[in-house]
Each structure stands twice: as C-alpha cells, then as structure tokens.
Design a binder for this molecule. Structure first.
Ligand code: ADQ
Length: 448
C-alpha cells in the first residue's frame, strides 16, 4: 500500500495525542506507515531551510517553522483575517492587504519546496484546511504527480462571499490541482459548485466528478466525526465527585467553544438573559457554564469578541446574580478532555449555536458524553454543518433570541421519554459515523 502523507497547519507534538482528528489521522498513518507535515508553532526566529523530523512510535512528524513576517502575512493575515471571515459569512471583518496574499502564496510554495526531497512517487498526500489551498498547485509545479486530496474543515462560501476575496478565481485554480476535494456538508458542495459556475469554469461530470480548469476532480461530502468510543469512555470515567464538584441542584446548561466570533456566544448569552427576564422562577434554578479558551488573540476581531463576551457576561451577572447564585460562569482557558467529558455529562442542556461552522465537534461530544438512562438535550444551530445529520437535536436560528430562549425552556422542561428518544437517535449516528469512518471513507475515495 502506498505511504500516506498528511499536511495540516498544526501538527500534534509528543506521543500521546488527544483530540479526535489527531487520533484518527494517527490511526490511518499507522496502518500504511506515514509522514505528518505541519507548522511547529515556532515563528519568532530565523527560519530553517529544512523540515525538522521527529520519529514517533507509529509515524514520522516533520515540522516547518515560520519567520515573523510570514506568520503575520500568511497565518494572521491571509488565513485568519481574509479567508476565515470570508468563509464564515463575515466579510465585514476582513482585512485585505496585498502583502497577505503574497505571504500566503510564498509560504505554501516554501512548504512544497521543503517537502519535495522527502516525497516518494507512490505517496498519497492528504492536505487539510484553508491555510493550505495552494499546496497542490505548488507541488505540481515541482513535478509531483502523486494523488493529492484536500479536505476543507470550514464552510465553503456562497458566490457572494467568494467574490469578496481579493482574487476569487485563484481559489478555483488552486483547488483544480487536487484529485479529491472533501467537504463537511452538502451545503458546502452546493456552494462550491455554484460559486465555481459563476467565478471559474466548472463542468459537472458523472459520479461526483467535475471538470475544473481542464482537470477532472472528485468532489464529495465526508462529515467529520469524533472518537465516539473514546469519548464515551472518558465521560463514564469522569469521577462522580469531580462531576458534582461545586454544582448545586440547579439545571446546568453548557457551551464549549474557542472564543471565535463565528460561534455565536453573545447571541447565546442574550437569549439566556431573555429567558431569565421572561421566567424569573428560573433564578437560582438554572446555571450556564461557558468554557471559551483563547484563540488568535493577535487579530483585532478576536480581541473585540472577547471584550463583547466578557462585558455581556458581567452585565447579565450584575443584573441577575444573588448572594448564592451566579447565572453565567465563564472560563477562558483550555481544560483537560476527561474533565470536559464529565462536565458535558452533567449538563442538562448543550448549547451549540454558531452563526457559521464547518461541522462543530462539540455537538457530537456533548451527545456522546450523556448518561443514556438520563440524557441531556442538545440545542443546535441550523448553521453548523452538524445540523445536516443531527436532525433530532432542537434545531434553532441563533439570530432569533426569542426562538433560542424558547428552545432553552423546552430543553429544561423536556420529559425523560423524549430526551431518550432524541438522544438515542443522535448517538447511533455519532457511533456509526465516527472519526475512523470519516478518514477511511476519505482515503478509500482518494485511492489506495
Ligand atoms: P473548531 O472551530 O475548533 O474546528 P469544533 O469542531 O467545535 O470547532 O472543535 C473544537 C474542539 O476543541 C472540540 O473538540 C472541543 O472539545 C475542543 N475544545 C473547545 N474548548 C475547549 C476547552 N476549553 N478545553 C479543551 N478543549 C476544548 C474546526 C471547524 C469545525 C470542525 C472542526 C473539525 O471550525 O467546524 O468541526 O474543525 O473538522
């Protein structure tokens, strides 16, 4: 079997990876033997002209570093101040500068250059996410004929959002050099086809293939899953006393998201506020735990969302708190996975309310962590890719505070029979389509 080469912006360090994606890719790499190329996280020094290799038990890691200017232009700039907002329906937050696009092209060319001496003819290369769109075209320019696949973890933009990019046609040129393009949801495939029709030359062929800039490319949907068995085990292991620590008789609602403007955290807080306003009997009876670790704090839009979130939590707490009760508990840190699993299990309501999201793994983790005999209720935004397959959640429009507040009430009041029915339908899908299913399905479409 050919060797698998995975390329992603970040690379797991150390031998005990956590997180579903890393576990799944490691399993796939272990089966065929493989190489994982990614950014070391080091961006302060003079760059090295070689990849840094680290042999692990099951696969090799090869890391590249970035210089300070590249980090600024490629990572903070084009990736996270142009592509991320444009692909999450927030063109108003874009910061376009010519040096960002130049830096983005330059870093992708450099990664291709660094990889070249280490590639073999029969490798299969699997490139992940929006930081690396041009990588296949840079490898092809250097003579690489291997199969190369791409998976987009975030949504694909509508034609209108595509045309806010500085050079939209280039996006389709980059994508045309892949053999397989994988999306999270049907919504993304449809946007890709429609945007491609308007901006580039795309001709649908049979069986999920298209002709794009003269090349035949397979375009398919592979909804990503979680390591369901591992997560269920972690949730069951979370010790009873850990789970009960500091939590009173009140019903707990939980939100877990990187503190990103796409996740709809302020909308969630406002709906919670509305619910308390309309139902004063819930005071001291419900508690809302929001865990939101820092992310991309060098980018202004992320500093702004942090300020807005913290201000709102402070205001709501000031308005409703009693001597014995704080309505919103907000934690701005990463916490260990087993602890997270225990907290999900304890929460009666899981709040996943993004304004735009590729999939959203928290929705799946929340369901996997529940006690099957007394499960909690998932409230899920229509705008998460997860909504396409998780129809038994309470599906809501996060922009409508009244609808969201209503769903919170419905979840708190839901009887056991309905909670069990919804939960078992959701759990079945999560177990069947776990992260190993996802990587196997993708790799079998890419070819052995
Ligand atoms: P993200 O935008 O990061 O991922 P998500 O899918 O929810 O979003 O994954 C976040 C992960 O981080 C979850 O596994 C969660 O448990 C973990 N996490 C969040 N807060 C944490 C905390 N405080 N401590 C510890 N862990 C925490 C991108 C896309 C998504 C897509 C994934 C995978 O934006 O749409 O689902 O990639 O493809």
């Amino acid at each position: 079997m050919s060797r698998l080469v995975v390329v992603s912006n970040r690379i797991p360090l150390g031998d005990s990876p956590s997180g579903g994606l890393v576990v799944a890719l490691q399993d796939a790499l272990r089966q065929s033997g493989g190489l994982w190329v990614g950014f070391s996280g080091d961006h302060d020094r003079k760059t090295s002209a070689e990849l840094t290799f680290q042999g692990g038990a099951s696969f090799q890691r090869a890391a590249f570093d970035l210089g300070p200017r590249d980090y600024e232009n490629y990572y903070l700039g084009f990736s996270n101040s142009v592509l991320w907002p444009a692909f999450h329906d927030r063109a108003d937050l874009m910061r376009i500068a010519p040096e960002y696009l130049d830096g983005y092209r330059h870093v992708n060319a450099r990664i291709a250059e660094l990889m070249l001496p280490h590639l073999r003819e029969d490798d299969r290369i699997w490139v992940h996410d929006y930081q690396l769109f041009p990588l296949a075209s840079e490898l092809r320019k250097r003579g690489v004929a291997a199969r190369i696949g791409f998976f987009l973890h975030i949504p694909f933009p509508s034609p209108a959002d595509c045309s806010t990019l500085p050079n939209p046609a280039e996006l389709f040129d980059w994508l045309s050099e892949y053999d397989l393009i994988g999306f999270q949801a049907e919504r993304d495939r449809a946007n890709f086809l429609e945007s491609g029709r308007q901006i580039a030359e795309i001709e649908p062929l049979e069986k999920g293939f298209v002709r794009l800039s003269g090349r035949k490319v397979q375009v398919r949907v592979f909804p990503i899953g979680i390591d369901a068995k591992g997560f269920i085990a972690d949730a069951c292991d979370a010790r009873e006393e850990d789970r009960m620590r500091g939590l009173t008789n009140s019903q707990m609602m939980i939100g877990v998201d990187r503190l990103d403007y796409s996740k709809g955290i302020p909308q969630r807080f406002r709906a919670f506020q509305l619910m308390l306003n309309n139902n004063p009997n819930l005071i001291e009876r419900v508690a809302f735990l929001q865990i939101a670790p820092p992310t991309r704090e060098e980018v202004t839009a992320y500093r702004d969302i942090r300020e807005e979130t913290e201000h709102l939590a402070g205001r709501i707490n000031g308005e409703f708190a009693t001597v014995n009760w704080t309505p919103i508990r907000y934690i701005h840190r990463t916490i260990p996975r087993y602890e997270l699993a225990g907290l999900y299990r304890q929460a009666r309501v899981g709040l996943v309310t993004p304004l735009a999201d590729g999939m959203n793994l928290v929705a799946k983790e929340y369901v996997a962590a529940q006690d099957v005999s007394d499960p909690g209720v998932l409230i899920l935004s229509h705008f998460a890719g997860a909504a396409e397959t998780m129809q038994d959640a309470l599906l809501i429009n996060p922009y409508d505070p009244g609808e969201l507040a209503e769903a919170m009430m419905q979840a708190i009041d839901m009887n056991l029979a309905e909670r069990r029915r919804r939960h078992s339908a959701l759990l079945e899908g999560i177990i069947r389509h776990d992260v190993n299913w996802w990587s196997s399905a993708y790799l079998s479409a890419l070819g052995k």
